[in-house]
Design a protein around this ligand. Structure first.
Ligand code: ZN
Ligand code: ZN
Length: 239
């Protein structure tokens, strides 16, 4: 019998916790685990920052996108989306964690990621802690922050810092090459599906006067459109 009680999801950017890990997170919450969600970068490198401030129009939103933001303001706008997404998924308020030492988007290191992980779980017995993040992928280019977190999780496990690591395949890298095993596909039930779609709304909210710029959607519109059709997580590796 598993003695895991605490499950820590480490999300590289604002949106990975939903698009890639959301279904798994809902399942763990409903199974009664204490679920934490930790944001590991500032998300400041997204091209959406320019898109929202370039004075142009887009097919989705009324008016002009003349909301230029510095990196910190942009990051704060993304954090609002992330926090609301986590809430909708069912993560408790004090389990939504944006650490002070989070890394710059695009500048993640394995050591930096591992430090964030250690800090997050330090108050809990390692034998009761599971760490969940994205899976490292070598068959095509992967975002460097994603890779760094995956490597950090593995090292943490090897060093005895947690009892279990689960890595999930990011949807954008699906399908995997033929012959690649995907041990488990997590499919939400109806109630979980509602939570997942509500969380997606957070990333699509266009209310500039309230500091909501649909940053997630502007960053990866195609992924959100796909996510509205199917909200699953794909477990690649458990160790
Ligand atoms: Zn990401
Ligand atoms: Zn727009």
């Amino acid at each position: 019998m598993s003695i895991i009680q605490y499950v820590f999801y480490f999300s590289p950017h604002q949106d990975d916790e939903l698009l890639n890990l959301g279904a798994a997170m809902c399942r763990d919450i409903d199974a009664g685990y204490e679920v934490f969600c930790v944001l590991c970068t500032d998300g400041g490198a997204s091209g959406a920052r320019l898109l929202i401030g370039d004075g142009g129009c887009c097919q989705w939103h009324e008016g002009r996108h003349d909301y230029s933001m510095d990196r910190a303001s942009f990051s704060a706008a993304r954090d609002r989306e992330f926090t609301e997404s986590c809430r909708a998924l069912g993560v408790k308020e004090d389990h939504i964690i944006i650490p002070r030492n989070r890394m710059a988007d695009g500048g993640s290191t394995v050591d930096g990621a591992k430090q964030i992980m250690r800090d997050a779980i330090k108050d809990y017995p390692p034998e009761q802690v599971a760490v969940k993040t994205l899976s490292p992928v070598d068959w095509q280019h992967q975002n460097a922050d994603h890779t760094a977190l995956a490597k950090a999780a593995l090292q943490l496990r090897e060093e005895g810092g947690c009892a279990l690591v689960e890595e999930y395949l990011e949807t954008i890298l699906f399908p995997a090459p033929e012959g690649t095993a995907i041990p488990e596909t997590v499919t939400p039930d109806e109630a979980q599906r509602k939570r997942l779609l509500t969380a997606a709304d957070s990333y699509c909210r266009w209310q500039p006067e309230e500091g909501r710029f649909a940053v997630g959607f502007h960053s990866v519109a195609d992924e959100f459109i796909e996510f509205r059709k199917e909200q699953i997580s794909r477990l690649m590796i458990q160790r």
